[in-house]
Ligand binder design. Structure first.
Ligand code: HEM
Length: 399
């Protein structure tokens, strides 16, 4: 059983630890699955033989436990996603390096730029025929923002976006040999772009993360740590916020009375973002490896156990959220959802994701009160990241 768990750290490569991927597309509603896991107890054995939990308290404790590690086992390859897969002290050092880019000061300076970038995208939308919300709004906006934050010049932005998307497509599993080959190519090409960018920023420093990396000494970040760090930020920036925006608009349009609440008061956009993170989390789960014996939720974990942590299931735990399957932007439940994880790996980009999605939803409601679905949507493959691949909508007034 442990062999099956091996590998799939953060679900990035290899098999799906919960066997969720085996669900056919028509069944792709994972929430009944989490209910079944929770019904078996706070901690239970998954179909693939690893431990799993969808219980809010257990998930929260596992994420905060010092007896749990995010690093792949000794001698095994992870997904090369920098400090996401490290333990202290390396985790602390690299996280500290990344943090200033997401500080309130830095983000407040980005607010106007994000709004302007979004308005440019919205200006280009057709007002009299359907369009795809994902490729026209949800995806390009976070790509522009993360490129800006890292300091990628406009000339490189397209290549950067293309390789970044190829990389992101592997979240949740590599589908074929050809897919694996494309990944290796993307990794090599990205490495080359990063090298050129470091040289450029040494000559022409800017107010961005790549400049800080180029100027930092090896005691802050070693040369071999730079590409994985930038790749992590790239993937995290590309592949998550797009789904938050898509999942939010879908939930709102499936619950028209909630959309009307937002249209009547666009300042509710922040509440929509929080409720979407709870109700339909873009990152559905993570994983931890037990490094020393610990008892959580009445279960005795031993070293080398692997725990699949279903944050999206915990966010639907009825003991914390009454009527958890109800999408309700007026909720006032005191407990914060676990969509951004918890403990030392709590999402570094959470303030940025919140800012981008809030601006997007507020502006959509202000500019397009008639927004509605205009056809069948498609979902992205895989069960780690939950989001839409295409989402046809129209903004034309109803006649
Ligand atoms: C970590 C979710 C957006 C950067 C995480 C983790 C989750 C998460 C669940 C922790 C995984 C674990 O504990 O094993 C999300 C969601 C997002 C989002 C749902 C959007 C809706 C972003 C953005 C960025 C970002 C926009 C930055 C560009 C990171 C980084 C980590 C992380 C660097 C690693 C933190 C650490 O290990 O200390 N994110 N994320 N995320 N996220 Fe996000």
């Amino acid at each position: 059983y442990r062999d099956k768990a091996r590998f799939n750290f953060h679900g990035y490569v290899g098999r799906d630890p919960l066997c969720l991927a085996n669900l056919t597309p028509g069944q792709r509603d994972p929430y009944p699955f989490y209910e079944r896991i929770r019904a078996r107890g706070p901690v239970s054995r998954s179909a693939a033989g690893v431990w799993a939990s969808a219980d809010y308290d257990v998930v929260r404790q596992v994420l905060r436990s010092r007896a749990m590690s995010s690093a792949p086992p000794e001698g095994q390859q992870g997904a090369d996603l920098s400090f996401l897969e490290m333990d202290p002290p390396d985790h602390t050092r690299l996280r500290r390096f990344a943090l200033p880019s997401f500080s309130p000061r830095n983000l407040s300076s980005m607010d106007a730029r994000i709004t302007a970038a979004l308005n440019r995208l919205l200006d280009d939308l057709p007002t009299d025929e359907p369009f795809d919300l994902v490729s026209r709004v949800g995806a390009p906006m976070p790509i522009t923002v993360i490129s800006d934050l890292l300091g990628v010049p406009d000339a490189d932005a397209d290549a950067f976006a293309r390789y970044g998307s190829t990389f992101g497509s592997a979240l949740g599993g590599v589908r074929s040999l050809a897919h694996a080959r494309r990944l290796v190519e993307a990794r090599t090409a990205l490495g080359r772009i990063f090298e050129q960018l470091f040289e450029l920023k040494r000559r022409e420093p800017g107010d961005d993360l790549i400049t800080r990396a180029a100027e930092a000494g090896p005691e802050v970040i070693r040369p071999d740590e730079m590409a994985p760090l930038l790749t992590l930020l790239l993937i995290a920036g590309f592949e998550t916020t797009v789904n938050l925006i898509g999942n939010a608009v879908l939930a709102l349009l499936e619950h028209p009375e909630q959309w009307e609440l937002l249209v009547a008061d666009p300042d509710r956009a922040g509440a929509v973002v929080e409720e979407t993170l709870r109700y339909d989390s873009p990152v559905q789960r993570t994983g931890r490896r037990v490094v020393e014996p610990v008892t959580i939720g009445g279960h005795d974990f031993v070293a080398d156990d692997f725990v699949v942590v279903c944050v999206a299931g915990a966010n639907r735990d009825p003991s914390v959220y009454p009527e958890p399957a109800r999408f309700d932007i007026t909720r006032t439940d005191p407990q914060e959802h676990l969509a951004f994880s918890g403990g030392i790996h709590y999402c570094v980009g959470a303030p940025l994701a919140r800012l981008e999605a809030t601006i997007a939803l507020r502006t959509l409601a202000q500019r397009f009160p008639h927004l509605r679905r205009a056809g069948a949507l498609t979902r992205r493959p895989g069960s780690l990241i939950r989001g839409l691949q295409s989402f046809p909508v129209t903004v034309a007034p109803v006649v």
